[in-house]
Design a protein around this ligand. Structure first.
Ligand code: PEP
Length: 252
C-alpha cells in the first residue's frame, strides 16, 4: 500500500494568535487540494485559537512537545489530556532544538513517544546527526542509537511518523541534497525493518526536515523513501502552501 505523504510545519517559538490567525486564514484556500496530509505544529498557547481558525479545513493543528506523565508537578510542561481537549492529532517529539537546549535525551524521547501513542495521537519523532557526526563518518551509528533507544518497546511502529532532520540543515539554509536525504532515509527505513519488521518499515512515514522550502521540495518529495517534510521557517509564510502542493506548483 502506498504511503500517504505528510507535510507538517513547525512554528517553533514564533507567531502570535493574531499573526497565526492571519496566516492560517490565508493558507486554508491555498492548501485545500494539497498533495498530502497537512499539519501545523504550533506553540502550546496558540493551540486553542489555531484549532478554531483551522476548523473545517484540511489543516490539522499539532503540538511541539508533550510530557510523558498524565499530570503532576512538572512546571512548564503540557499533558496528553490538555492537547486532546483541543483535538490535537500530531505531536513533535525530540526535535533537535529540544535535545540541544533543553536536555532531551533518547530516553526521554522514548517516554514521550510512547505517551503520545498511548493517548491515541501521532508522534512525529525527530532524529538526525550533527555536522560533526556527519563529517566524522558516524551518521549511521548516531541514527542507530536514536532509533534503538528512542523507539524501544513501541508496539506498532507504523503509528509513528519519523522526521529525519540533519541538525546541520535546520535553520541554516543548507539543505541535504536529494540524494543525501534519500540515502539516509532509506537507511533509517532499513534499520526500522531490522528493529521491528520489514513489512512494518514499508508502512512507516518518514519525513525529511532541514531548510526544506518551495524551491527544493519537489526534488526531495520525488525520492522514493521520502514521504513528506517537517518545515520550520518556510511554514511561517504563505509559501508553505507551495510546499504542500509540491506536484501542482512545479508541474513540468
Ligand atoms: C525544523 O524546525 O524542524 C526545521 C526543519 O527547520 P527549518 O525548515 O527552518 O530548517
Amino acid at each position: 500500500m502506498a504511503r500517504r505523504p505528510f507535510i507538517a510545519g513547525n512554528w517553533k517559538m514564533n507567531m502570535t494568535a493574531e499573526s497565526g490567525t492571519k496566516l492560517i486564514k490565508e493558507l486554508i484556500p491555498l492548501v485545500k487540494d494539497a498533495d498530502c496530509d497537512v499539519a501545523l505544529c504550533v506553540p502550546a498557547i496558540l493551540i486553542p485559537a489555531m484549532t478554531e481558525v483551522a476548523k473545517g479545513s484540511n489543516i490539522a493543528i499539532g503540538a511541539e512537545n508533550m510530557h510523558w506523565e498524565p499530570k503532576g508537578a512538572y512546571t512548564g510542561e503540557i499533558s496528553a489530556d490538555m492537547l486532546k481537549e483541543y483535538g490535537v492529532k500530531y505531536v513533535i517529539i525530540g526535535h533537535s532544538e529540544r535535545r540541544q537546549y533543553f536536555g532531551e535525551t533518547d530516553e526521554t524521547v522514548n517516554k514521550r513517544t510512547k505517551a503520545v501513542l498511548a493517548a491515541g495521537m501521532t508522534p512525529i519523532t525527530c532524529i538526525g546527526e550533527t555536522l560533526e557526526e556527519r563529517e566524522g563518518g558516524v551518521t549511521e551509528k548516531v541514527l542507530d542509537r536514536q532509533l534503538e533507544i528512542g523507539l524501544a518497546g513501541i508496539e506498532d511502529i507504523t503509528k509513528v511518523v519519523i522526521a529525519y532532520e540533519p541538525v546541520w540543515a535546520i535553520g541554516t539554509g543548507r539543505t541535504a541534497t536529494d540524494e543525501q536525504a534519500q540515502e539516509t532515509i532509506a537507511y533509517i527505513r532499513k534499520k526500522i525493518g531490522q528493529l521491528f519488521c520489514p513489512k512494518c518499515a514499508e508502512k512507516v512515514i518518514i519525513q525529511y526536515g532541514g531548510s526544506m522550502n518551495a524551491a527544493n521540495c519537489k526534488g526531495l518529495m520525488a525520492q522514493p523513501d521520502i514521504d513528506g517534510g517537517l518545515i520550520g521557517s518556510a511554514s511561517l509564510k504563505a509559501d508553505f502552501a507551495k510546499i504542500v502542493n509540491y506536484n501542482k506548483y512545479f508541474e513540468d
